[in-house]
Write a protein that binds this ligand. Structure first.
Ligand code: DPP
Ligand code: ZN
Length: 885
């Protein structure tokens, strides 16, 4: 596929003002009539009307009612010569929703019609200038069989509906706001809605609906509550109000992504809507809340102000992820009350940092590394990445840190006042942030949008006893990434604290300042190397750097075990306290991986024990701090990466921590386990998380009491968090009760697709705890032919194959290469149905060059096999091509 360059952006010669769409919905032959008023774009060079189309049968095409004089096909688009300033183009197409297994465009799910248009799915419905800089007003008429599809929805307001002959009916929708085609949506299905009416900040009453299949109506309350909370939060935090009379969310079981922010008609993966205590875990509840918020927040950051071109994707995604992270932190803090608010916020921050390190750091260190605003792509669907989303959110967070809460808000206000109703760029956003803050200089800051790779900040400190000064030297560098060999220094906010020997923070005073100020302050690192001199430091301090994870960088600081243990016990910044535990665990894991005979150091176990037994610490925080770092992250830190050696190290650590601290873990379970009805509340969730972690350690170590506890909790659990936590502990052990528990879980939830996803994932992610244990691949192969599994359903693929490929490296990279051969089979099978899903799975091997020579030798021919497969999609070809490139 050709590579598309950001620098090649040109406005289109013709744009669209209004679109009138008519759908005669039919499972195999839907007729789409599209009447667009195309207008000449005075700001662009002269040229033809350009319309993109894909997988369409074109039935007719007229311009102002007549056959067009000149039509050509060029670069996958139709080019139509037209004269004058405005013409009416009518194009009629026929599409086959049943045959559409890509889940992009118009498709069927359980007998209903659904659409997904971001990024370029609209061109699979009709011929259109399918780019986000074409913003038009839409009128949509849907016509369908009334019995099969009683509910007909599209964007905006319902203006007309009625019956038609032959058992059919229709509905007409009008969206008052101009929008890009990627925000178009329709739904025609048999659904029911939970409804709520709420009043917005300006006093308008609006109707909220969450549409699901009838059998799921008992699990939409939480999604509805989350929507109402999101609306309130955006009003209070940013003065942003819902601009429609009606806001709809529809849940669908077959969906490539998490959810989609179509104007007024969000379409969601059921995974991020449905929740009730018996089927959803605390984490599911949390995810529903944050995804509902994310999509709702897009109504302003994404829909009212959208992206000029897809290179600017982070303009809406980075900003909206930042907003949903802030929202979740506020919600957690509010629920935790004044006492627990700070810890609740920190736990949320730690979650976000974990995701960034596990998903984004490896991406930034591999062949797909790209700036948050990429310079080129082959397939845009491959760029809905952790870099664009999560690193993009970190970049916004740094702006927020540099400008302050109020300065940031002023910038947002100005952004909407300038750009409402427009399609703009990341430069526009950053410029307006500067303008709203007295011309705050953000020129160098723009490099965060231009440079790929995770920056390293190397820190060293020297305390001078003679003059009581502490000199901190910070040096930054960013490793080369594909196509970017030279990197410029970035603006890096480094939040710093100094901890005294008594464990308390020292009030900080930089040389030249009249008096000491706060205990944490943000240093601005802008040069390659900078020196900061603190004075009035009477004893040697322990530095605590990058507090709150103030920048998306890797901090390199020489700390011995004793210092890490000290910070684990005393760092006033919870993020750094967590990070100290992670660093210590990383050091032990890498040492054990390098030496099969090495044992877990006692001092490490003691440091964990101190943290575990610190009752002043919120259980949710302890659960975070006592969980070992993720395997994907650790593999990136290992050179060469050896998944089998790392797995062996982690098994030894789990067993040592489980066995040595058995009495402590048992006491935690005893003390913290909850009685009474389940409620989703962060305090309760924290207790459940720590209890589940305790069971994991106890079971891994094969402690009889722990296994008995896990079995009992599995049998008696009254909610999914406890049932699944206990099951996970049993599965990650040599317990003989393992198989029976898996079977019981399956039988109890056999009719519940989302719960079965958990069951598939748990088995695909299982480690081997004894020599006799079944390899995960053997289990995965069996599960592939389970009647509940389907390669056509993305959630199933992510649960079974995604977990095996991406979350079980110790098994996937088996030395005999069986996992790699299996990967080829599955990627090729998936690619024939759904290239987007296939490409996601394909990414599991992209960092193969970091592995041991033996693994590289096993993987290379498999990558080559995929690349040589006939009919490979552009999606997979880009991933595998870059991996081999
Ligand atoms: N725009 C969606 C989201 O991130 C993904 N397509 O919300
Ligand atoms: Zn988004």
């Amino acid at each position: 596929a050709p590579t598309i360059q950001r620098a090649d952006y040109r406005p289109l010669s013709w744009t669209v003002e209004t679109v009138d769409l008519h759908f005669r919905l039919d499972a195999e032959a839907t007729l789409v009539t599209n009447r667009m008023r195309c207008v000449r774009n005075r700001d662009a060079a002269e040229g033809p009307i350009r319309l993109w189309g894909e997988a369409l049968e074109r039935v007719s095409l007229t311009v102002d009612g007549a056959a067009p004089t000149a039509v050509r096909e060029a670069d996958g688009a139709l080019e139509i010569d037209a004269s004058g300033d405005a013409v009416l183009v009518e194009v009629v197409t026929r599409v086959n929703p049943r045959a559409n297994t890509t889940l992009s465009g118009l498709y069927l799910s359980n007998g209903g019609f659904f659409t997904q248009c971001e990024a370029e799915g609209f061109r699979r419905i009709t011929c259109f200038p399918d780019r986000p800089d074409v913003m038009a007003r839409y009128t949509v008429t849907l016509e369908a069989d009334r019995a099969a599809c009683p509910v007909l929805l599209s964007n905006g307001n319902l203006v007309e509906e009625g019956l038609l002959p032959e058992g059919r009916h229709y509905a007409k929708w009008e969206d008052p706001f101009p929008k890009p085609s990627y925000l178009f949506a329709l739904v025609a299905a048999k659904l029911v809605a939970l409804e709520r009416r709420v009043t917005t900040m300006s006093g308008r009453e609006v109707l909220l609906q969450v549409w699901v299949e009838a059998g799921n109506l008992d699990r939409v309350e939480h999604a509805m509550d989350s929507l109402v909370h999101s609306m309130r939060w955006d009003e209070e935090s940013f003065g942003l109000e819902l601009d429609l009379d009606r806001f709809m969310i529809v849940a669908v079981a077959d969906f490539n992504m998490g959810a989609m922010e179509n104007k007024g008609l969000n379409i969601f993966n059921t995974k991020f809507i449905l929740a009730k205590p018996d089927t959803a875990t605390d984490l599911d509840y949390e995810n529903v809340e944050s995804v509902v918020a994310h999509e709702y927040f897009h109504n302003w950051t994404g829909n009212r102000v959208t992206c000029r071109d897809w290179f600017q994707l982070t303009l809406k995604e980075g900003l909206t992820v930042f907003r949903d992270q802030q929202f979740s932190a506020d919600m957690l803090a509010r629920a935790a009350g004044p006492e627990g608010a700070a810890s609740a916020r920190a736990v949320k921050r730690i979650d976000d940092v974990r995701v960034l390190r596990a998903a984004q750091f490896p991406e930034d260190g591999g062949p797909m590394a790209h700036p948050i605003r990429p310079d080129s792509y082959q397939e845009i669907n491959n760029f809905y990445t952790a870099t664009v989303y999560e690193k993009g959110a970190e970049v916004i967070r740094m702006l927020h840190t540099l400008l302050g809460q109020e300065g940031f808000r002023n910038g947002m206000d100005l952004y909407f006042s300038y750009f409402d109703g427009q399609a703009v760029t990341c430069d526009d956003f950053v410029e307006v942030m500067s303008e709203a803050n007295n011309g705050f200089d953000l020129d160098q800051f723009m490099r965060w949008y231009e440079q790929a790779g995770t920056p390293r900040v190397k820190a060293s400190g020297v305390w001078n006893a003679a003059d009581g000064s502490y000199t901190l030297t910070l040096a930054q560098s960013t490793p080369a990434t594909p196509g970017q060999h030279v990197k410029q220094p970035l603006v890096i906010p480094v939040a710093v604290g100094l901890i005294g020997a008594d464990g308390r923070d020292v009030a900080l005073r930089l040389e030249g300042e009249a008096q000491a100020g706060a205990c944490t302050r943000v240093l601005k690192l802008t040069e390659d190397v900078q020196v900061f001199r603190f004075v009035g430091v009477s004893a040697e301090p322990v530095p605590s750097l990058l507090r709150g994870f103030s920048a998306p960088v890797i901090l390199e600081l020489d700390e011995d075990d004793a210092r890490l243990a000290f910070r684990m016990a005393h760092d006033a910044d919870p993020c750094n306290r967590w990070d100290a535990a992670q660093r210590y665990a990383e050091r032990v894991a890498l040492a054990l991986a390098a030496d099969p005979a090495a044992v877990v150091p006692e001092a490490f176990v003691a440091a964990f024990r101190t943290l575990l037994n610190d009752g002043a610490l919120d259980p949710a925080f302890r659960a975070q701090a006592l969980a070992l770092p993720g395997e994907a992250y650790l593999l990136e830190r290992m050179s060469p990466a050896d998944p089998a050696a790392l797995r062996s190290a982690l098994v030894r650590m789990m067993r040592a921590l489980g066995a040595t601290l058995a009495a402590d873990w048992l006491e935690v379970v005893e003390r913290l386990q909850l009685a009474g009805a389940y409620r989703y509340h962060p305090g309760d969730a924290g207790r459940r998380a720590l209890v589940n972690l305790a069971l994991r350690y106890l079971a891994a170590a094969g402690m009889a009491d722990g296994l008995a506890l896990a079995e009992a909790r599995f049998a008696d659990a009254t909610n999914m968090t406890e049932r699944f936590g206990a099951l996970a502990a049993l599965v990650q052990s040599t317990s003989p009760a393992r198989a029976a528990a898996l079977q019981a879980f399956h039988d109890r939830h056999r009719d519940d697709a989302l719960v079965l996803d958990k069951w598939f994932a748990l088995q695909a992610g299982a480690w081997r705890w004894g020599d006799a244990a079944e390899p995960a691949l053997a289990r995965v192969r069996v599960l592939l032919s389970d009647p509940a599994f389907s390669l056509s359903n993305p959630n199933k693929v992510y649960a079974l194959l995604g977990t095996f490929f991406r979350a079980n490296p110790g098994e996937f990279h088996a030395a005999d290469g069986s996992g790699h051969a299996f990967w080829v089979e599955q990627v090729i099978a998936l690619d024939a149905r759904n290239p987007q899903v296939a490409a996601r799975m394909a990414r599991a091997l992209e960092n193969w060059r970091h592995f041991t020579p033996a693994l590289q030798a096993s993987i290379r021919p498999q990558l080559e096999r995929v690349l040589a497969a006939p009919g490979l999609s552009a999606d997979v070809a880009e991933i595998v091509g870059k991996a081999l490139g």
